[in-house]
Write a protein that binds this ligand. Structure first.
Ligand code: XMP
Length: 318
């Protein structure tokens, strides 16, 4: 019978025993799993843990800032923000094929990992927020999203990286990870977050990714999420976000004709992310979000709502 109090205590003990006086590095994405792993390991070994956060330029609004504040300042964890925006965006320039974009982003993460590995030559352990479902997924025949798409964050590390792995959440389900996170005092808004794909906004900007489009999408997405939270809808849906289409259409603002991008509100309800339905969000709510985005985000003049189920559609658009 799983008890959280025991779990934290005994895991902290295990981590101390395993690591001794050696050093650990961890790539903190800001997602629930890596965040809980970081705080738990930090509780066990303090400054023997060094984290890095990769700002790909494809993160949500203020994401890097929030991660640095929460984990660097509040928890006092050694964490460095690696500004890799130029690297990612320059590699993605001119590329619009979804699989190619995923590969480029995945490879860039690996290069950055290699750089970090050189910087932390004295580290013996690589910590990861692997949870039980990830263990199962990598052992069994992979699910549709793993086979159809090249999930860059499933499949492990390149061979030559000789770290010992430290995966304290390996036996936990997602709910249990969240409980541990709450118990460790991680703020609710970091714990209850919807999943965010490794390639980030790179697969929510359809077609070619540019900084300008990423900035537009960040603003729009932030409004959608803020309104979902304001209306108490955020935790009722499984995953919600905005997608930016490479389609411009004509509109009118004041006496001016506009010709701007079209964006999509996507909100899915699911238990396992293998099948999903679109969220029945209230019309008035959709109208409010649509008006706010069109009025407040320069570059978007038309909003649509995605009413596709999975299958045959997927939750993401690329
Ligand atoms: P789809 O679009 O396949 O997505 O219905 C199912 C779930 O998987 C997430 N997703 C990813 N997560 N790396 C991730 O970590 C990825 O490359 C990736 N692609 C999709 C998606 O956000 C949804 O929660």
């Amino acid at each position: 019978n799983w008890s959280m109090g025991n779990y934290i205590e005994s895991t902290v003990e295990e981590i101390r025993e395993k690591v001794g006086d050696r050093k650990v590095i961890l790539a903190l994405s800001g997602g629930v799993d890596s965040s809980v792993a970081a705080v738990l390991i930090h509780k066990a070994i303090g400054d023997q843990l060094s984290c890095f956060f990769v700002d790909t330029g494809l993160m949500r609004k203020d994401e890097a800032k929030k991660v640095m504040e929460t984990y660097g300042e509040h928890y006092n964890i050694n964490i460095e923000c690696i500004d890799a925006e130029d690297r990612f965006l320059s590699k993605l320039a001119g590329v619009s094929d979804p699989e190619e974009k995923r590969k480029i982003i995945g490879n860039e993460f690996i290069y950055i990992f290699e750089d970090q590995k050189k910087r932390f030559k004295d580290a013996d352990f690589l910590a990861q927020g692997t949870i039980y479902p990830d263990v199962i997924e990598s052992q069994s025949v992979k699910g549709p999203s793993a086979t159809i798409k090249s999930h860059h964050n499933v499949g492990g590390l390149p061979e030559e990286m000789k770290f010992e792995l430290l995966e304290p959440l390996r036996e936990l389900f997602k709910d249990e990870v969240r409980q541990v996170g709450r118990e460790l005092g991680i703020p609710d808004h970091m714990i209850d977050r919807h999943p965010f794909p490794g390639p980030g906004l790179g697969i929510r900007i359809l077609g070619e990714v540019t900084r300008e489009k990423a900035d537009i999408l960040r603003e729009a997405d932030d409004i959608f999420i803020e309104e979902l939270r304001n209306e108490g809808l955020y935790s009722k849906v499984s995953q919600a976000f905005v997608v930016l289409l490479p389609v411009k259409s004509v509109g009118v603002m004041g006496d001016e004709r506009t010709y701007e991008y079209t964006a999509v509100l996507r909100s899915a309800d699911t238990t396992d992310f293998m099948t999903a339905t679109w969220s029945r969000l209230p019309y008035d709510f959709l109208e409010k979000v649509s008006n706010r985005i069109i009025n407040e985000v320069k570059g978007i003049n038309r909003m649509t709502y995605d009413i596709s189920s999975k299958p045959p559609a997927t939750i993401e658009w690329e």
